[in-house]
Design a protein around this ligand. Structure first.
Ligand SMILES: [Zn+2]
Length: 474
């Protein structure tokens, strides 16, 4: 496939180091709060990328860190410690906060059909690796001690700002939140690898190190966790565009100083979710979470659908009105799929449809292979629905495309059928039907039968059909 590479500023052929295999790293969440849907946009698009690489037959190994230590409110080394902030806010320990918000993050991901990466590693599990790499950087002269902390010396590199194209404003990471600059740094761009002396005296998590009791900086964790699981040559590194500087710039600096050669070939960055007036932030207006979307009556997959309608390298403008439009379009699509499911038994797959089906599948590949053009892939989905082929073949292709897009259209269609056949079925019965569906999905047929009996006691019969679950009053 062709993919835009933030390092070269060009769309390039994606060629992994080892044919047929892809090593992929994703910066994970800092688990001190619920995830904002703007951040989840990145995870959705990265999920589509991973699934498309798999769809192309590549063997992907994807690794993600969980930041549970060391990340300050400014992405530079200033501001407050985010984890500590969360712990104080909720009167809990840092580890309780980390545990709670890690689970919340994966619960959101599940609702958005984001696959869990093959390896998920919390930073606090890798202290030995951090110490090993930092020690080596000091030995090689790339890091120094000042005021008790260990810093990376950016002046030792031929080129530090590897992504280029940075404006003055982008570079002022330390200053933008009105916090004082760290006087220990030899160069303005230097960054902390290990904190020992810091203003966070009440930092709960500290470890012994050759430089004293302390804790790691944020950037070092991604380099170490990536190298631990994916080796010293990485194919693809992903993240939100705001991670490009300083986080990814620092990751490259320390990784390449450590290994002595190029580290990662392709950098994939997802752009911001904005409001009409500019960048969304946690401090301005409503804090948008998956739970809030649900409270307001949106299926989380409507948000996924909304994200897929535009290209990942363009800012996406969020408004409730835009989301309503996506909701309507999604429901319309689901009802067309419901009609297909209904028609499928009378329209079996015919060999004469193959040429047309292949043409549509090729158009899907063309769209996704062109720098992950999901908006174009959605157009192909609509073309498929209009195409002159039978319902069964359409459904087959739809399921195939949805293994990448993960819009859950067949499930959504099933729900619609259920609602229409349900009519005024009491909520109690619908809840039992939902539980029975989950039991069947988990292949717990004994429980499914018990639930059917309970439904029957309440005066309803339930039956699985191709169109979904049929509920009738006895
Ligand atoms: Zn990272």
């Amino acid at each position: 496939m062709k993919l835009y590479n933030s390092l070269s500023h060009k769309v390039e052929d994606f060629i992994p180091n080892v044919a047929g295999k892809v090593s992929m790293y994703t910066c994970g969440p800092t688990v001190y709060h619920f995830a904002h849907i703007g951040n989840l946009r990145s995870y959705i698009m990265e999920d589509v990328l991973e699934k498309y690489l798999r769809y192309e037959g590549l063997d992907v190994k994807r690794v993600m860190n969980i930041t549970d230590v060391g990340h300050l409110t400014s992405d530079g080394d200033t501001g407050d410690d985010k984890m500590l902030k969360g712990a104080k806010r909720e009167h809990k320990t840092v580890m309780e906060i980390a545990d709670f918000y890690t689970k919340a993050f994966f619960a959101d991901c599940a609702k958005l059909k984001i696959k869990t990466p093959d390896v998920v590693e919390p930073a606090t599990h890798c202290i030995d690796e951090f110490i090993k790499v930092i020690s080596s950087l000091i030995e090689k002269g790339y890091a120094y001690e000042a005021g008790g902390n260990i810093y990376f010396d950016t002046s030792r590199l031929d080129k530090y700002y590897v992504f280029g194209d940075l404006s003055e404003e982008d570079l002022e990471v330390g200053v933008r939140e009105g916090v004082e600059e760290d006087g220990n740094k030899r160069n303005k761009a230097d960054f902390v690898l290990w904190f020992t002396k810091s203003k966070f005296d009440d930092q709960e998590l500290k470890w012994e190190s050759p430089w004293g009791l302390g804790y790691p900086g944020w950037h070092i964790e991604c380099s170490c966790i990536s190298m631990k699981h994916l080796g010293e040559q990485l194919d693809l590194h992903c993240g939100g565009i705001d991670n490009q500087f300083p986080h990814h710039t620092n990751e490259i600096a320390q990784s390449e100083a450590y290994i002595g050669h190029k580290w990662c070939n392709y950098w994939f960055h997802v752009h911001h979710l904005n409001t009409a007036s500019g960048k969304m932030s946690k401090s301005k207006g409503e804090f948008l979470t998956v739970s809030l979307l649900e409270e307001k009556g949106y299926d989380p997959l409507v948000y996924r659908f909304f994200c897929l309608q535009s290209h990942y390298r363009k800012s996406l403008v969020f408004s409730w009105e835009n989301l309503d439009n996506a909701k309507q379009a999604y429901q319309k699509l689901a009802s067309r799929v419901a009609a297909l499911i209904k028609a499928a038994p009378s329209q079996p797959v015919a060999p004469s449809e193959e040429a047309k089906a292949a043409e549509i599948a090729a158009a899907f590949n063309e769209a996704m292979g062109s720098d992950l053009n999901t908006a174009q892939a959605m157009t192909v989905l609509y073309d498929l629905l209009k195409a002159d082929i039978g319902a069964s073949r359409k459904l087959e292709l739809l399921e195939k495309f949805d293994s990448v897009l993960s819009l859950g259209l067949i499930e959504a269609a099933g729900k619609l059928t259920e609602e229409s056949s349900g009519g005024d079925v009491p909520e109690e019965v619908l809840e039992l039907v939902r539980q029975r569906k989950e039991a069947r999905a988990a292949k717990d047929f004994a429980l499914a039968d018990q639930l059917r009996d309970k439904i029957s006691e309440l005066g309803y019969a339930v039956r699985e059909t191709r169109e979904g679950t049929e509920i009738t009053k006895k």
